[in-house]
Design a protein around this ligand. Structure first.
Ligand SMILES: [Zn+2]
Length: 243
């Protein structure tokens, strides 16, 4: 294959654009924030499960508290009724009965109020536990929203870079002779398609070429298309090749 040194040089630019296209494609498919966003989604699910548990506990305490409150109301109603009967009673034996029942009701109410107080303390802790969990979820949501926004911007940037490089590549490839471009594309499908030879080093694979290989390159005419004996890419020679 023969091609002018200028056409060969264009292949190096095509190769750079191809690399940018691959990088931009990777960046738009997997923005750097994606992993953390996934972590946050998993964390939010865990936090929500724990919140459900804490809400359940608080609901149970509220139910228990309202049961005690209605027990207190029953005791109060009964005490009021007994007190009224006691006031209207002229029978001393009957009055004694009401008095002892009123005393029992007072003890029962005192016990219920103790239990109510203890329960209210637990309910306060349960409320705090719920609030703490809700704050954690809110913070996780906020971080997730911010990162998702960043990821969206990164994807938009990478997409713009991908589209730009793809357009540039098409324009540049259009100026390269078809047979040379076909050779490039065939090699590029496996790795680097073309690279400069700089100071006896292939910039495609970073290998310093051996003396016999360099000797062969020296003897090749400028318009001969040569390949790297190490990686097989089209090796583009210029004044800085060290030949
Ligand atoms: Zn090479």
């Amino acid at each position: 294959m023969n091609a002018s040194p200028a056409d060969q040089r264009r292949l190096v630019d095509v190769a750079q654009l191809d690399e940018r296209i691959v990088q931009a494609d990777r960046a738009r498919k997997n923005p750097p924030q994606a992993a953390r966003v996934q972590e946050l989604l998993a964390r939010r699910q865990q936090l929500s499960q724990e919140l459900t548990t804490r809400l359940g506990l608080r609901d149970d305490l509220r139910t228990e508290l309202s049961r005690i409150e209605s027990d207190v109301a029953v005791v109060d109603a009964r005490a009021a009724r007994d007190a009224a009967r006691l006031a209207g009673s002229s029978n001393s034996k009957e009055a004694q009965g009401f008095e002892s029942e009123l005393a029992a009701l007072a003890r029962r109410k005192s016990d219920l109020e103790d239990a109510e107080l203890a329960l209210m303390e637990r309910l306060e802790l349960a409320d705090a536990a719920v609030a703490e969990q809700e704050a954690l979820i809110a913070a996780t949501n906020a971080e997730g929203a911010e990162l998702s926004g960043e990821a969206k911007r990164a994807v938009a940037e990478a997409t713009a870079a991908f589209d730009g490089a793809t357009r540039d590549r098409a324009a540049l490839a259009g100026s390269v002779p078809a047979d040379l471009l076909a050779m490039y594309d065939r090699i590029a499908a496996r790795g680097t398609g073309a690279a400069l030879l700089r100071a006896r080093t292939c910039e495609g694979c970073r290998m310093v070429l051996a003396g016999t290989d360099l000797q062969a390159l020296r003897q090749a005419p400028d318009d001969a298309v040569v390949t790297c004996p190490e990686c097989g890419c089209i090796l583009v020679r210029d004044g800085e090749s060290g030949l």
